[in-house]
Design a protein around this ligand. Structure first.
Ligand code: CA
Length: 396
């Protein structure tokens, strides 16, 4: 190889490594660097050795990270988790824990049926905490490039929790993303909001229901939970409703929606009250519509997903005896593949609608591009992807 080739290669590798330095550092070097900063942040050498010596990245954690249900499942698939088995189980556990829940509600102002809904959907009422060792899982995600800074903070917090003696390393099991215990708290949430409710000196969200319920209630209360309000409700939209109004960026007082012809699902008028309300149509204009209130936004601060927040609110309603959501999945429903979503995004971009990176993930930009396309074509502007939309955008 000539000197010029070497020079070229050297420049090439230099530019690649400076563009993607995180990925090119090997895991062991990265871990040594992290360990030094954790030590500087006050974690004891004993904990660092026990927790980090011999740690290797866990490849299936990365696989899971790229396939989160909130991003990949349709409304119809996602909502299957609120099923009659879970509802029955929740109702029976509300009875089992009645007096404890009452005390927790009295102190933190979060009603029992909401706590039960979070418990049911986060860990299937304590049945599945996730089988991952939290520290190696978090180290894997902190080393991976997608959300390094966030997971590095979680890893440091996890080490401090062990160092503090809150839980042993062996018992610190959780989800692939390091969410732990009955309510799947990430380590920084644990540090900030976990509560010792039974007064034994430990904040035990893994084995102690008093601490677990109180910690969840304390977290929700800190997010501003309003005990006097619901999460939202299913509603009936008037004919010729302008679907571009159904978005989380625009709210109206409920009485305004009421004036505009939005009704209760029974057809009766909505309560004529001044509560901030947004309309959402998570399955598009043919699916159910929901008026959602500030508590809904608080559920989304727990997990930033509309589908998650609807599933929590709906399960909470069912635990108090409400029936299923009135609109069921259409018989001719067809799921749109990720490939088709990418095609829609690319085509919208080429038409000047700015759908963002054609990655198959439907985010804000893609939805707003779809709405603009729909308005132009006189389609209901719900920002929702269907096979019909794919046909209109991509053509056959
Ligand atoms: Ca305790």
């Amino acid at each position: 190889m000539t000197a010029r080739c070497w020079l070229f290669l050297a420049i090439f590798f230099f530019s690649v490594s400076s563009a993607a330095s995180e990925q090119l550092t090997n895991f062991d070097d990265w871990l040594a660097d992290f360990r030094a900063s954790a030590s500087a942040a006050g974690v004891s050498e004993r904990t660092l050795s026990a927790a980090l010596d011999g740690t290797k990245p866990l490849p299936d954690v990365i696989t899971k990270d790229r396939r989160q249900a909130e991003f990949t499942l349709s409304y119809w698939r996602y909502m299957k988790r609120v099923n009659s088995r879970r509802v029955q189980k929740g109702i029976s556990l509300l009875k089992t824990h009645k007096s404890l829940l009452q005390r927790v509600t009295n102190k933190f102002g979060v009603p029992a049926h909401y706590l039960m809904a979070f418990w049911g959907l986060e860990s299937n009422f304590g049945k599945s905490f996730g089988g991952y060792r939290v520290i190696p899982a978090l180290a894997t995600l902190a080393y991976d490039g997608r959300r390094s800074r966030f997971f590095r903070a979680q890893l440091l917090a996890a080490l401090k929790i062990v160092d503090n003696g809150d839980i042993t390393l062996q018992s610190m099991r959780g989800s692939w993303a390091g969410a732990m215990g009955h309510f799947q708290f990430i380590p920084t949430t644990y540090q900030a909001y976990a509560v010792d409710f039974d007064g034994d000196g430990k904040r035990d969200i893994w084995n102690n229901m008093a601490d677990a319920f109180a910690s969840a209630a304390n977290y929700l209360s800190s997010l501003g939970w309003d005990p006097k309000q619901k999460w939202g409700r299913e509603v009936k939209l008037p004919e010729h409703f302008d679907f571009s109004e159904a978005t989380l960026s625009d709210w109206k007082p409920l009485f305004e929606w009421n004036k505009g012809g939005v009704k209760r699902i029974s057809g009766a008028s909505l309560p004529n009250i001044d509560i901030k309300s947004w309309l959402v149509v998570p399955a598009g204009h043919k699916g159910p519509a929901f008026a959602v209130y500030p508590n809904f936004r608080r559920i989304m601060r727990w997990n930033n997903s509309i589908l998650y927040a609807i599933s929590i609110g709906h399960l909470a309603d069912r635990l108090r005896g409400a029936g299923p959501i009135s609109i069921a999945r259409p018989k001719n429903y067809r799921r749109v593949s990720v490939e088709k979503v990418k095609e829609i995004q690319a085509r919208l971009n080429s038409m000047g609608f700015s759908a963002g990176n054609p990655d198959g993930v439907v985010g804000k930009n893609t939805r707003s591009a779809i709405r603009n396309f729909q308005k132009l074509k006189n389609m209901p502007a719900d920002g929702h992807i269907t096979i019909k939309l794919w046909e209109r955008v991509v053509g056959k």
